[in-house]
Design a binder for this molecule. Sequence first.
Ligand code: HEM
Length: 365
Amino acid sequence: MALLSRIILPTISLAALLIGCGPTPNIIPDAKIGQEYPAPDEQEISNRTLEMILETSRKNYPDGARVLRDAHPKAHGCVKANFEVANNVPPELAHGIFIKANAYPAWIRYSNGAPEFPNSDKAGGIRGMAVKLMDVPGEKLLADEKNARTQDFLLISFPILPVGEPSEYLEIFEARFTGSPMKYFFGWNPFKWKLRAFNIVRKIRAAKAADPFEVRYFSTTPYRLGQTAVKYSTKPCELTNAKMPENPGDNYLREAMVSRLKSGGACFEFMVQPQIDAVKMPLEDSSIEWDEQASPFVTVAKIQIPPQEFDTADLNLACDNLSFTPWHSLPEHQPLGGINRVRKTAYEGVSKFRHEQNKEKRQEP
Ligand code: HEM
């Protein structure tokens, strides 16, 4: 094990860096702006992905145990916020909720991405920011929740995923499920090693955060907006340069939020990045970063988080019982690309399972 972590993996990482992290997959040379290209076997892959997630949940939470989320099970807390759409959104981006200046009440759930529970904040890795707007009029995309008045935006603390499309996500998931996660990256044939994906995972694992309110978050996957597609990102309105605590505890991120919201608030800019080149900024490969120089993010709203006390037993339970999915959405913000299409089946199925097992009512706020 020591040989693997001290010598073999660093050597492989170095090789990945030296050879430019391997080829980028899944390029569609004649792709059009805003156009999706689903794979023929995608529904099968979606079903199999959901099956794997449910099998994992059954294994992790046997008879009667309270079922937590399969991904992002650890919350740092859910906070009340106000999502304020700007009054100067450029006309080409003024669609759906961005059509005119307005304010929506919202819940935001901050989390660690690691699937293990409990997990320590001291380990690096993905942090999540899931935003749920309320009082949003209009019919929504999910057939079972057409009349819900919510619009969700899910973001994580890294701009891309290690895998670009659903079959790769399933492969990585299957490797993890069988207890050999490294199998996805390294087989017997070194020419087929997935060094680029491995390098992304390595960077994600190394990322540390001092305070969830000081992190930049990304949707990583694209969404419809008018004639084009966009990716989302949130960034703190101002940085206070929060430092890691001297002796951080396992839950220091929750503690940072509690302490910040005791007397002050927090604020994020909500930004969209339009797709301006369908090949270099693909919809069907979420492992490719859209170049911010070529297409800068545009601020379209502000998220204001007022001072509040959120770390109570009742609010933590209500937070656990929320269901976030990119498909809680108006058609104007339809999730795009293979990874998002697979998420439609996965999040709905897993949230139903979780609520049924826990005998909790499943209802949008
Ligand atoms: C095929 C790809 C993916 C699958 C199968 C998947 C699966 C899941 C599942 C099962 C959950 C827990 C849902 C629940 O129990 O209610 C979850 C939560 C989450 N996922 Fe994903 N995910 C995928 C891709 C992504 C991507 C691309 C992002 C990027 C933003 C993301 C961000 C999140 C976040 C932030 C949460 C936590 C939501 C909350 O706070 O409740 N996921 N994911």
